[in-house]
Design a protein around this ligand. Structure first.
Ligand SMILES: Nc1ncnc2c1ncn2[C@@H]1O[C@H](COP(=O)(O)OP(=O)(O)OP(=O)(O)O)[C@@H](O)[C@H]1O
Ligand SMILES: CC(C)(CO)[C@@H](O)C(=O)[O-]
Ligand code: BAL
Length: 280
């Protein structure tokens, strides 16, 4: 089976990107943690449409996982990932942890604004510092013209867009829509943790968002919609971390639809934590 060309070092990545740039080509970066699925591949296709060359980084970033989270068991399927990217991407960048964080590494990037707007941050307080730091490094390592991120991780997308503006990264940050299973469940590497029974319940997450968005558009009170959604999720067996209506840009809490809003959810089915969101 064909495999995408792969480099493991910053030097190798820079050499490849420099040769493309020398030929006047535009470069796109798609950052991932691997275990690639159709959601990731949709980002790669978007990248293809926006640039001449596409780099996909595959790095399970330890600094965005808290000690009690799933860093050790996070799926690592590099060989399959390289096969999936053959013919789609030009290069996979797969650094080891020491390449990304050499001994003595001491710098972090942390933000206020979307990164501290609650939601994921209330449950994963060290997460966005880890994400912002590694994405800043990836952008500096690859120096892409564009970088593509999924709306599935909506708060992450807003954090990265904010960081890129604040720190004058030249890359344009692009958000791409969530790819779903036929029953509405957002594709996620973590879906593989679900038992058959949990998998059958999981689409309730998206259905609850769709129902909430419809009720909000019909003028129902936001507090009542959130309470009804939380109840529906609890009845389906979810432990809800949050269900919240937020401003779509700043992620500040809102109680009406005066400006574009987003309904965001995180909930646990057994040991698996799922997130999703919908435009309202
Ligand atoms: N269903 C999806 N549709 C579109 N983009 C997605 C989807 N799932 C993930 N992405 C995007 O792919 C990029 C890499 O994400 P990541 O490797 O964490 O995958 P994931 O499936 O979200 O895994 P996790 O289970 O860790 O959330 C991110 O920009 C993320 O938003
Ligand atoms: C953006 C990212 C690759 C940074 O590690 C990760 O958070 C992810 O996969 O969404
Ligand atoms: N998709 C976001 C990465 C994480 O949950 O750590």
């Amino acid at each position: 089976m064909d495999r995408v060309a792969t480099v493991e070092t910053v030097k190798g990545l820079r050499e490849a990107v420099a040769s493309w740039r020398g030929a006047g080509e535009r470069v796109a970066l798609v950052p991932t943690m691997g275990a690639l699925h159709e959601g990731h591949l949709s980002l790669v296709e978007r990248a293809r449409a926006l640039a001449d060359r596409v780099v996909v980084s595959i790095f399970v970033n330890p600094t965005q996982f808290a000690p009690n989270e799933d860093f050790a068991k996070y799926p690592r399927t590099l060989d399959e990932d390289r096969a999936k990217l053959a013919g789609l991407a030009d290069l996979a960048y797969t650094p080891v942890v020491d390449e990304m964080y050499p001994p003595g590494f001491a710098t972090t990037v942390s933000l206020a604004g979307p990164a501290t707007a609650g939601l994921e941050d209330a449950f994963r307080p060290t997460h966005f510092t880890g994400v912002a730091t590694v994405v800043a490094k990836l952008l500096l390592q690859a120096l892409p013209d564009v970088a593509i991120f999924g709306e599935k991780d909506y708060q992450q997308l807003k954090v990265i867009a904010r960081m890129a503006r604040d720190l004058d990264f030249s890359a344009e940050i692009i958000g791409a829509p969530t790819v779903r299973e036929a029953d509405g469940l957002a594709l996620s590497s973590r879906n593989r943790y679900l038992s058959d029974e949990e998998r059958a319940l999981a689409p309730t997450l998206h259905r609850t968002l769709q129902d909430g968005a419809a009720r909000l558009r019909a003028g129902e009170d936001a507090g009542a919609v959130v309470t009804a959604g939380e109840d529906a999720l609890a009845a389906a067996g979810f432990a809800v971390d949050y269900l919240a209506l937020r401003d779509a840009e700043t992620l500040a809490p809102v109680s009406d639809l005066a400006a574009p809003a987003r309904l965001l959810v995180a909930a646990r089915l057994g040991a698996t934590r799922l997130i999703d969101n919908i435009a309202v």
